[in-house]
Design a protein around this ligand. Structure first.
Ligand code: G1P
Length: 295
């Protein structure tokens, strides 16, 4: 069955970015000039997704406004002859993808956010795309998962090796055998294990292709110690009755979910952006020299 639908959870409180997230969604934080959530929606579009459900919460209205039209702004740009900016604004509204919204009333975990998409998804395979991970590769990672699914009909989770000392930040897989290059049978999935108990260094990285059988499992899933329903736990349960595979991502992952890597990502993009790349490059080289002199 064709994979047409995606769920993007965007209800998190973004406390790692306080105070900026007190009144604005972290998904609207820009990488140079584009909100992070737009990168995710563009990846969905490039992967052939037709319908997206964004699960939002309080203080998230500006996400809806961003993908809506802004007639006042567009009229102003038209009058001033700023046709490039006008086109940019209109393209965001007319991405050729349907965006729907629902709210998660309480921060009850990723599993709970995904469970809110049950009637939107119905009886189809779908993808989950987390906004903290920006993925770069020739073929978008979401499309890579869809291609795997079209060969295996199995739920498939994107993974990537991470430094061992960081495994406690991620869902981690216990790999079994490699059934095709870069495609792994999984024994178990464990959410945020302690470093010395992690079954491998392969981390779940924010793109999931799931069959709809995950929904009845999520509905029964007990919250973890922190009171959150974990998607990883539900995937582990599903893997006991229908296999869930892991696809190893070989491209570049930018984590925009914490301050340090957010700044690094902004610099990397700034070094590629046509309007900033030359001046930023010069600035970084000069700054590097200055910092070295201080040492
Ligand atoms: C979530 C998932 C985790 C996954 C991670 C990827 O955690 O629960 O399994 O490895 O995203 O970014 P979070 O970063 O929201 O705590």
């Amino acid at each position: 069955m064709k994979v047409r639908k995606a769920i993007i959870p965007a209800a998190g409180l973004g406390t790692r970015f306080m105070p900026v997230t007190k009144a604005m969604p972290k998904e609207m934080l820009p990488i140079v000039d584009k909100p992070t959530i737009q990168f995710i929606v563009e990846e969905a579009k490039k992967s052939g997704i037709e319908d997206i459900l964004i699960v939002t919460g309080k203080n998230k209205r500006s996400i809806e406004d961003h993908f809506d039209s802004n007639p006042e702004l567009e009229q102003n740009l038209q009058e001033k002859g700023k046709t490039g900016l006008l086109k940019m604004s209109q393209e965001i509204t007319h991405l050729g993808i349907n965006i729907y919204y629902t709210r998660q009333p309480y921060p009850a975990g990723l599993g709970d956010a995904i469970a809110r998409g049950r009637s939107f998804i119905g009886d189809e395979p779908f993808v989950v795309m987390l906004g903290d991970d920006l993925m770069m590769d020739k073929v978008p990672l979401t499309k890579q998962l869809i291609d795997r699914y079209s060969e295996t009909n199995a739920s498939t989770i994107a993974v990537m090796p991470v430094p061992h000392k960081e495994v406690y930040k991620y869902g981690i897989i216990e790999p079994d055998s490699e059934i095709a290059p870069g495609l792994i049978n999984v024994k178990s999935f464990v959410e945020k294990p302690e470093v010395d108990k992690a079954p491998s260094d392969y981390a779940i990285i924010g793109r999931y292709l799931l069959t709809p059988e995950i929904f009845p499992i999520l509905a029964e899933q007990k919250p973890d110690k922190g009171g959150e329903i974990q998607l990883t736990d539900a995937i582990d349960t599903m893997n006991k009755t229908q296999r869930v595979l892991a696809h190893v991502f070989k491209g570049t992952r930018h984590d925009v979910g914490n301050k340090e890597s957010y700044l690094e990502t902004s610099i990397e993009y700034g070094l590629k952006h046509p309007e900033t790349k030359d001046a930023l490059r010069k600035y970084i080289i000069d700054l590097g020299k200055k910092l070295e002199e201080q040492n």
